[in-house]
Write a protein that binds this ligand. Sequence first.
Ligand code: NDP
Length: 397
Amino acid sequence: MGKVLVIGAGGVGTVVVHKMASLPQVFTEIMLASRTKSKCDAIAEKIGKKQVTTAQVDADNVPQLVKLIKSFKPELVVNVALPYQDLHIMDACLETGVAYLDTANYEPLEEAKYAYSWQWAYIDKYKKAGITAILGCGFDPGVTSIYTAYAAKHHFDEMQYLDIVDCNAGDHGKAFATNFNPEINIREVTQKGKYWENGKWVMTNPHEIHKPLNYPEIGPKESYLIYHEELESLVKNYPTLKRARFWMTFGQEYLTHLRVIQNIGMAGIEPIKYEGHKIVPIQFLKAVLPDPGELGENYTGFTSIGCRIKGIKNGKETTYYVYNNCSHQAAYAETGAQGVSYTTGVPAAIGAMMYLKGIWKKPGVFNVEEFDPDPFMAELNKLGLPWHELHNVDLEL
Ligand code: NDP
């Protein structure tokens, strides 16, 4: 059915290409390109299917991207490199008239700040060019946004309170490691907390608000209010929300390491001079931390991510909890990557399928909740991320 170019040969890219290669009727040709071609080759070799080819590309170099897109001629570019590359890849897609999909919103390299404004600024240009950009199609953002759209469509007349809950109850056996790119992950979890209430953003100190929440088949886990990117588009697209928050579980050991890393300056993003060279502390830290893509082999336990929503249906107050539990071991057995890469990569592959099938295809730049959630929800059940619903339960929030 279609040709796709996947950019970024990390943990998420590994899963995206595995999943796509298992659906040859949808993804007839897949090219995996990244800064380091040997990483692409290793993934392609493991998959061992002739529809997967590889290439080298620096995704910060627009002319290089344009040349690659023009020679391969994909229908869609799936960006699972880093958030820093988003605008460069969007520019190359615009120049070549090819659709775009990503899993994380743009973040400038020199400032730990992410927001959709930079990518929403492309709406008119994409509309004019008649091409589609699908933003934030991982798990969170991604599935959490689609869960919210599904809840709005089927279970509420008015959604009022949204809490996205993200629990990783897995154990990778390392003293400290991050589950996806360490630089992006540490920038995300060390920033100030922020949530939406009564029409405005409320700021908190990092990890100031926390409480134990019960996760299905896992039990209670201390959960911390942090800011997460999908809140920005969800409060815009669902204006009836009186409050929207995001919670993530962290273990004490993880938080202690994080505090030390910050206190000694290793989370810094400003370049410093070291033995005559300029180095960025957090980039050096990334080089010595375990590679998230290599955590899978000994990873046990589950992730549990979902949406807890309160609102009105047929004049009555109602609650709804929709979630997925994903096994790190099952993810590794299928793709050679751990659960966090799996829960991100599978939705990206499904989003690509939605585009190629013409179900999610319209000119402009869209967050995933702006498309019909039903066909996507059906594929989640078939492709390894089944979801479960609980109605009228205590949301604990
Ligand atoms: P990794 O660091 O494992 O992989 C990123 C890959 O991108 C690397 O292979 C790297 O290449 C490549 N890359 C980086 N810069 C460039 C460049 N300039 N040109 C070409 N390739 C480049 O990250 P993950 O796989 O863990 O994460 C991938 C993306 O997924 C990130 O944007 C992350 O924020 C997002 N994510 C989204 C989630 C969600 O639920 N929505 C959850 C988790 C992650 P090289 O190895 O050669 O340096």
